[in-house]
Ligand binder design. Sequence first.
Ligand SMILES: Nc1ncnc2c1ncn2[C@@H]1O[C@H](COP(=O)(O)OP(=O)(O)O)[C@@H](O)[C@H]1O
Ligand SMILES: [Mg+2]
Length: 247
Amino acid sequence: MRTDWATLPEAVTKEVADRVGGSHISPAATGDHAEIAATVTGTAEKVFLKAAHSDFGVRSLRFELRVSEAVSGSYSPAVRWHFEEAGWLVVGFEHCDGPHADLSPGSPDLDLLGEALAALSKKEAPDVGLFSPKARLGFEHPAMDGDTLVHTDLGPANLIVTSGGLRIVDWAMATKAAPWVELAMLVPWLIGSGHTPKQAETWLAQQSAWTTLDSSVLDDFATNNAEKWALKSSQNTVKPRVWWRVD
Ligand SMILES: Nc1ncnc2c1ncn2[C@@H]1O[C@H](COP(=O)(O)OP(=O)(O)O)[C@@H](O)[C@H]1O
Ligand SMILES: [Mg+2]
């Protein structure tokens, strides 16, 4: 849940201004997990700043910081600096300039994503206390276990197409799992971007982690995932109000 920049204590905003050289703030238009998420521009640099104050927010941002430092590859924005002040954890990331990826059928951004997925599938999970598949998804299957770093949230809002290539942001849900888990979690995003299920599967079949996967494992994943989201959406349904007449 986002908090307004104005709620940051002066000690924090001063420290940020000192680091970037003054500050022009532009809050992020997408995402809603981080308490503060904004582009901060100064005379010295332009960073993407995330900050947290609540217990949960600080734990989550601290985790994201650890993962981001460990990932620090060409697909992930570098961590420029971080500090703690007045109960806030503040992280300045390399700013990625560009639009969100377009994942619709035929989009050239799909090629960029395909390259990134192939590279990620070879990336060994860093030892930074990543989520297990069960902790991340709420269900498990032995085939989901693995040693790969899996982002698990590769929706367009977390994919930025820069002039230097695709950047993947928001590593707050990073998981240690088998590489196909990343691909399976991408299916709803592809369908949401206009692919038919068949088109999504055809596109994913370019990845070796997909073609070597036993179809019964994938069926099990799809069933569990669908059940999880059906349950979530039934719990979120606004229940009609019940009125009692007390005469
Ligand atoms: N390093 C970055 N550079 C530029 N924009 C970013 C960067 N990181 C995130 N963003 C933008 O800000 C939005 C929210 O950031 P994100 O890290 O995804 O926060 P949340 O955890 O709230 O989803 C992203 O959807 C993206 O558009
Ligand atoms: Mg996000």
